[in-house]
Design a protein around this ligand. Structure first.
Ligand code: GLU
Length: 309
């Protein structure tokens, strides 16, 4: 059987949220249960919003909850570095490969031009998709613009037809029409990879077997599949866990009370209590026990029994 490798990939743009803690915990449980590896990857390509204080908070909250990672910041590992901001050469290299293989192209359209075209499409009630006009720039035209220092993004040359199906352990098969996706951006004009591009590359290079993450990323998954296919990478198994919602069914936020692990810690909750409670949010054991030790949870947890909502 394939070695199980899962990852938790927080963006260090705030304290560890209770929803993130549950995602981390489900990944940890799955890894420990299967004798696999739990990787901690830091998605810090948003340089403006990422802070070292947030990273510190995430690491210390995970430690407090007893969710130890086998590879990642401080732990090291053979597939590092584990902070995306230190992997920019890797993304650049893969983007250049796609350009050479004509699976991606340079787009010199400015944000203003794109906005004008989007506005026109909006008025006509058309889908707000990129029209692919830079697909056909000649090598000379491209060279000229690059020589003149014109910034460019790199887009996927997306010829997908029909549908894209995500095989999800929790949700079953989820199918998206391929026509929803345009030639979306892989590398922004500032040289930074988009979330989907970096994620697909890292999941592959870090040999991730199962991507267990929040449901809000389900709609990104077809894009990651298209990217992986273009790069010739295999597709991991996906499991999208339901979001933790507030009683009014909106996304849990500050106005509902405590949201970060830190706040619960300060209020005096014990890590065992938080872990027990998180386990039962979206998952239930076969029996009626509600107070379960970490050992029992390890024995009983079943990813496929996580509820869809
Ligand atoms: N950085 C993303 C987040 O925090 C990771 C999503 C993923 O697991 O792919 O939501």
């Amino acid at each position: 059987m394939k070695h199980i490798r899962v990852r938790f990939a927080p963006s260090p743009t705030g304290n560890l949220h209770i929803g993130g803690a549950r995602t981390a915990f489900f990944n940890w449980l799955y890894a420990r249960q299967k004798g696999g590896s739990f990787v901690l990857r830091i998605d810090d390509t948003d340089l403006e919003r990422s802070t070292s204080e947030s990273l510190e908070n995430i690491l210390s909250s995970l430690r407090w909850l007893g969710l130890d990672w086998d590879e990642g910041p401080q732990a090291g590992g053979e597939f590092g570095p584990y902070c995306q901001s230190q992997r920019l050469d890797i993304y650049r290299h893969q983007a250049e490969r796609l350009l050479r293989e004509k699976k991606a192209y340079r787009c010199f359209c400015t944000p203003e031009e794109l906005e004008i075209r989007r506005e026109a499409a909006r008025k006509k009630g058309l889908p707000l998709k990129y029209d692919g006009r830079c697909r056909n720039l000649s090598p000379d035209q491209q060279q000229d613009m690059m020589k003149n220092g014109k910034p460019y993004a790199i887009r996927l040359l997306n010829d997908a037809r029909g549908s894209i199906t995500v095989h999800d352990v929790i949700r079953g098969d989820v199918t998206f029409g391929a026509d929803v996706f345009d030639d979306f951006v892989l590398v922004k004009s500032n040289g930074m990879p988009t979330y989907n591009f970096a994620c697909a590359i890292d999941d592959h290079l870090m040999r991730i077997s199962h991507v267990i993450r929040a449901e809000e990323h389900l709609s990104n998954t077809p894009k990651q599949i298209l990217i992986s296919e273009a790069l010739g990478f295999s597709i991991p198994t996906f499991a999208h866990v339901p979001m933790i919602l507030a009683p009014d069914r909106s996304k849990l936020s500050k106005r509902h009370g405590a949201t970060s692990v830190d706040e619960f810690r300060e209020m005096g909750y014990l890590p065992e209590a938080i872990i027990n409670y998180l386990a039962l949010l979206g998952w239930s054991p076969e029996g009626t026990d509600e107070i379960m030790s970490r050992e029992t949870l390890l024995k009983e947890f079943d990813l496929a029994r996580v509820s869809r909502n």
